[in-house]
Design a protein around this ligand. Sequence first.
Ligand SMILES: Cc1ncc(COP(=O)(O)O)c(C=O)c1O
Length: 421
Amino acid sequence: MRINDLSPDALTALQAEVQQRYQSLKNEGLNLDLTRGKPASDQLDLSDQLDGILQGDYSSEGPDVRNYGDVWGIPEARRLGAEIMGTKAEEVLTGGNASLTLMFFTVLYHMQKGWKGADSAWSNNPKAKMIFAVPGYDRHFTICETLGLDMVTVPMTDNGPDMDAVEELVRTDPDVVGLWGVPKYSNPTGCIYSEETVDRIAALGKIANPNFKVLMDNAYAVHDLNYPAPQLPNMMDAARRHGTESSLWLFASTSKVTFSGGGISWVASSPENLADYAKYIVSAVIGFDRVNQLRHARMLPDMDAVTEHMKKHADLIKPKFDVVRETLARELSDDFGQWNDPEGGYFTSFDSRPGLATEIIRLAGEAGVKLTPAGSTFPHKKDPENRNIRIAPTAPPLEEITKAVEVFAVCVQLATLNSMS
Ligand SMILES: Cc1ncc(COP(=O)(O)O)c(C=O)c1O
């Protein structure tokens, strides 16, 4: 639907028509939810074999998984993490059920202990800040807020963070201590960092202050919708080329591969970095759940098994992303906003005309469709242009997505037309 060329009378007529459609959708008494970036239960069913997979055989290449062991995790799980993140196994520590815990520990470690001792601790500088490309992932912002790190934003492009802006900040602002991002199927825009972006990120360690770190949360490393899948350029190899491995920290997990909140997670960095980090985190954990690591290693022994498994996820969720794409294309045009068509990950990101996100979300809520609150994809929940809305279509059944996205599109139409009258 195009509206920019309509006469004032035609706009008024259209507004009345859309208002009526909105009202009749509202009268349906819907109760739908597009907020949760989590798997649907049929996706979780794909991993039910985890229960009972060991059949009493706890043998691993590492020490007895039923007992306390080291904090690094079993060798099989470290190798799997290395394959998923594109690193060497000795560059990987396998964690528990949440990569967020490992990210929290990583920031805390740099804040409090410092990677080269007390003088290098980020907390020495009360103005220390991290760079984020926006829109981004709210829980990264929350970790910074919780641990007292400031945040500075740069625009997100189709190729990743605006690297001119990142480099300028790194060069000119001595308070910048890091860059945080989601390099593949970024949450929420779905972009994949390009070869050039990855290379420029790897080179940051050469122009930044010595305590500068890159935190890359590869949460959607294997979450492709189409095969052959697009590839993220190898981040650790790029760091090796530039000799900046010690400034790179990578994270991943099986939260949306097997069971959300019941999977395993990984952190990767240079072996020297990891050795010091491991010493730090053992004050909080003797070792993570190595029985669950073994279950995962048995179910997903290598990358071929991971790909085979992730194709089954794609079969289940691709139709949901198709519905989002088709509905938005049918109901809207770029007169109303811009949105992405992701090739993987868990989200579609929608940018309305400036100033309208809160109103669209309010209208949708009143019509029984819950959307993530406006501003959630920005630090301190403040979207300066009040336009970004994150749509998470994986969790509800297909019929519900179809209806929910229709309601969303009608709310975009109505809020836009109301703002023009
Ligand atoms: C970018 C990103 N990182 C991390 C997570 C959470 O990962 P985990 O369950 O391993 O803590 C999510 C979940 O939505 C996510 O979108």
